[in-house]
Design a binder for this molecule. Sequence first.
Ligand code: SF4
Ligand code: SF4
Length: 167
Amino acid sequence: MLAKTGVPTNEDIQKVMPTEKRAEQGPVAVMECFQKIPCDPCFTACPKGAIKEFSDINDTPSMIESKCTGCGICVAYCPGLAIFVIDYTYSDDEGLLKMPYEYLPLPAEGSRVETLDREGRLVGTARVVKVQRIKGQQKTPVVWLAVPKELLMTVRNILGGGISCGG
Ligand code: SF4
Ligand code: SF4
């Protein structure tokens, strides 16, 4: 269950981690969604059928990790900013993190940014690989970051500030 701060506990995170075998195969979504709320855009947005149909709209999402391609579409559609894509195969030293980011200005591709953990603590820096926009939809931008592999499950935001660009 969620800590009183709203920050997921290590136990919460362990429950939604992809299996080691799947993580070694390439990009995969991590659904850090722990609150039972009436919401299912992740299910309706996924083009691969990688999220099981909700039997109750208040359910938290359940993945079929073998079907996930790590495309990041669900990241852009999730109003709770609760989905991330991790890719341990990106390079020898770095992993790729795809994270929702709803502030302006958006970071520039190729720039270095300071990274934050789930509690907002600085944890290092990362290179902005890409800023993904889902065409034709006003959805949350998805920022792709190259981060040290050991921080792929730690980095969850970047230091930016600015104004919300909505979702
Ligand atoms: S990353 Fe793409 S394939 Fe994977 S669950 Fe999200 S929308 Fe589906
Ligand atoms: S869209 Fe986001 S907040 Fe809504 S159920 Fe899916 S993961 Fe949770």
